[in-house]
Design a protein around this ligand. Structure first.
Ligand code: T46
Length: 135
């Protein structure tokens, strides 16, 4: 799908457990400027409902599972994240909604830039208006 893809990370597993390294510009296509994580989301909660204009991000579900609905003006896809060695890359102008967070789930996000509210498009009609120019 436009500006989205799954990224598989190499995990180093041995009898002591498993370690997954992620290096900016090597394992993911941007330098990491910000990290945040989402926890304690209730069972009927949906988050997101926005797109970014310039931000690149990789979402990794470190524990449990979460579904991500991805939309653009011409298509829609649902991805389930339930493996901490798999990330979902989401680039600019992709509408996202995160839901069905399992109990105890931890969603880690690696971002290409600092938090800037002006980079968000939080109204779906405004999103369609801006995004349509790209399709
Ligand atoms: C995204 C999805 C996957 C900050 O102050 N700093 C931050 O770095 C972030 C990400 C958020 N905030 C504040 C802004 C809001 O007052 O935290 C509050 C919750 O943010 P928001 O409603 O945007 O959260 P989500 O879960 O809807 O979206 C977040 C990211 O904002 C967004 O970039 O792609 O996770």
């Amino acid at each position: 799908m436009y500006n989205c893809c799954l990224v598989k990370f190499k995990s180093i597993a041995d009898r002591y457990g498993s370690l997954t390294p992620i290096e900016g510009k090597i394992d993911i296509p941007f330098e990491i400027k910000r990290v945040y994580y989402i926890t304690k989301v209730g069972p009927d909660v949906t988050r997101g409902f926005h797109s970014h204009r310039t931000l690149h991000q990789v979402l990794i579900c470190l524990n449990g599972s979460v579904k991500i609905k991805l939309k653009n003006p011409v298509s829609e896809e649902i991805v389930e994240l339930n493996d901490s060695s798999v990330g979902l890359y989401i680039g600019p102008y992709v509408w996202r909604e995160m839901y069905d967070f399992s109990e105890g789930s931890v969603l880690l996000v690696l971002a290409s830039d600092y938090y800037k509210e002006e980079d968000y498009i939080r109204n779906y009609d405004f999103y369609l208006e801006e995004a349509k120019k790209r399709f």
